[in-house]
Write a protein that binds this ligand. Sequence first.
Ligand SMILES: Cc1ncc(COP(=O)(O)O)c(C=O)c1O
Length: 400
Amino acid sequence: MAAQVAETRKAKASFAGRQAHLRPEGAYEVMARSQELEAKGHDIVHLEVGEPDFNPPANASLAGIAAIASGQTRYVPPAGLTRLREVIADVAGRRRGISISPKQVLVSPGAKPAMLFPILALVEPGDEIIYPDPGFPTYESLLRMAGGIPKPVPLLESKSFSFDLDEFDRLVSDRTRMIILNSPSNPTGGVIPLEDLRHIADAARRYDSWIMSDEIYTQIVFDGREAPSIASLPGMAERTIIVDGFSKTYAMHGWRLGYGIMPEPLAERVRLFFTHAFGCTAQASQLAAIEALTGPQDYVTMMVTQYQKRREIIVDGLNKLPGVHCLKPQGAFYVFPNIRETGRTSQEIASLFLDNGVALLPGNAFGKYGEGYLRLTYANSIPNIQLALERMAKALKSIN
Ligand SMILES: Cc1ncc(COP(=O)(O)O)c(C=O)c1O
């Protein structure tokens, strides 16, 4: 009896296996360490967290405030407000040149639930999932949570950080349940070109795999380019989950607003996960989102112009540092400089820079193929970016 009680206690004290794979996001860890240094009086420039430094468009914020003031703060349908789903279907469909029904759109509190629940609805333990490395760390955590087998594909600097298609071809098979894409990419800023998307789409059709296409940075692209969506290719919309949202395009990350677009039968199942996991997305946030999408879009143009200016400054500055070279990213608001010629690891250089007042992330926080790189966000002011560059130059001099 005593042994049985002890056994039951032990079982309760241990946690379920599916949580064991969860890792903290590197950005939050570095932010915590840099805040400790700040508490001791250090001055730190923060280039670690991928958070827009702009305020959301005023018309969207005012619509949200009006909603709160008038009591539009109630339970609403789990899939999202009908009007918002209609507007998203229209805007997202036109942008990608495809026809999207509002029934395919599910509105979620941030983009992350629009990744988690389709993965839980589709992936059985033992299914293989291909995803980019270096890549957004949430992909690996979520696919492992579902019991999926991770199959990371390197992004190659020599291909402007698109997939290594030879390695992709080696990994893809009829065991591949899902292929995750992210273009423009966090952490590299790379955009997957159309010919690579065609190659990946052919494989997805051949092996009957799903695609999860994280397009949250799709409107933050430079030099007049566009980031094509794999969902626009023939026969692909029916096997693709598009993930997008308001966190980056409209700097509404704190409003927690994202969405998934997927074939209707899948949306119907994922809606039930939403129902039982979080009920619905805040009504006021959704009303603000309708205004963001239907109001004037010059805000987005202004923001992209600002990011592009900062990109020039940070890329030029990084390329002047000894042992560092940095590609010009095509989208998002990150740079991913190569630091191999310094002879130090990513972690060593990231720690050196933090000790010298610049918080950024080691490339391997985004997967093993990120070793030899750093990730910096330029969602920060030009004076702060310039200060960070001066500090990094001084720090590198101190070790040479
Ligand atoms: C590639 C990528 N996807 C998704 C997200 C999550 O977005 P949200 O804040 O809307 O959940 C982020 C946030 O940094 C991201 O970088």
